[in-house]
Design a protein around this ligand. Structure first.
Ligand code: KIV
Length: 275
């Protein structure tokens, strides 16, 4: 069954957990979709894991549209949520609506995600009014990494925790259908989850959230630049890939690949006429 914003709302009401994973290309999206994951996030984490940047700041609208369209072609059931890149919505409500529209029209996303709380509530309201579902993102919001001074757990002081709760209520009030909570203490995430009618999707926010999201390269052991504490490795595909690449290298160099079974035939009559 196709996952929509209604799936998210109903899961919250029934107390059923929601699964979300990132994907950035057609083949991976197909696998994630076929595994029954509720939602695929075309995260701007593609800046790190696909494009090799240090952060998500340089990711462009064109990058997001390109990858979102590929994912959308592979996702039949999962709700495709596409990240709005840095400076595509912070600048104005108008920019936010225009760029969210491009992610849906050209990137074929079913929803967009943007980072921030009260300060982006007007953008959320306007984008939802234009017919585009919005997932909010609070806590450690990587586009603000330079303000935070690094990848740090958020909401640990009384003031910061109160602000996070207020922000969560503000994005819900503005019309967001879900909110990602990243790197937030589990007890605070529990409080936020209990205070909202929309589902919380945690990443480094404990298991009390209504759903979970991970970057797929992290959970498959395919990205070794850094591994956050909240990641569980569900498989070590990175090692499997490296071993397979090395086996291919050996087979090419010792002449055992390609074998007879990989060859295309031609009639000997034709070949003889060529000599
Ligand atoms: O870009 C991304 O992959 C994200 C997740 C970490 C939530 O925003």
């Amino acid at each position: 069954m196709k996952n929509t914003v209604l799936t998210f709302q109903q899961a919250k009401e029934k107390g059923e957990k929601l699964s979300m994973l990132t994907a950035y290309d057609y083949s991976t999206a197909k696998l994630v979709d076929e595994a029954g994951i509720n939602s695929i996030l075309v995260g701007d984490s593609l800046g790190n894991v696909i494009l090799g940047y240090e952060d998500t700041i340089s990711v462009t609208m064109e990058d997001m549209i390109h990858h979102s369209a590929a994912v959308a072609r592979g996702a039949k059931e999962a709700l495709v949520v596409c990240d709005m890149p840095f400076m595509s919505y912070q600048t104005s409500v108008y920019d936010g609506v225009v760029n969210a529209g491009r992610l849906m029209k050209e990137g074929r996303a079913g929803a967009v995600k943007l980072e921030g709380g009260q300060e982006v509530a007007p953008q959320i309201k306007a984008i939802v009014s234009a017919g585009i579902p919005v997932c909010a993102h609070l806590g450690l919001t990587p586009q603000s990494i330079n303000v935070f001074g690094g990848h740090k757990v958020q909401g640990k002081t009384e003031a910061a925790a109160k602000k996070l709760i207020e922000d969560a209520k503000a994005v819900e009030e503005a019309g967001a259908f879900a909110v990602v909570l990243e790197c937030v203490p589990a007890k605070l995430a529990q409080l936020v989850t209990q205070s909202l009618h929309i589902p919380t999707i945690g990443i480094g926010a404990g298991n009390v959230c209504d759903g979970q999201v991970l970057v797929y390269q992290d959970m498959l052991g395919m990205f070794s630049d850094f591994t956050p504490k909240f990641v569980r490795r569900f498989a070590d595909i990175g090692s499997v890939m490296k071993e397979a690449f090395a086996a291919y290298d050996r087979a090419v160099k010792d002449g055992s690949f390609p074998g007879k079974e990989h060859e295309y035939a031609i009639s000997d009559d034709v070949i003889e006429k060529l000599y």
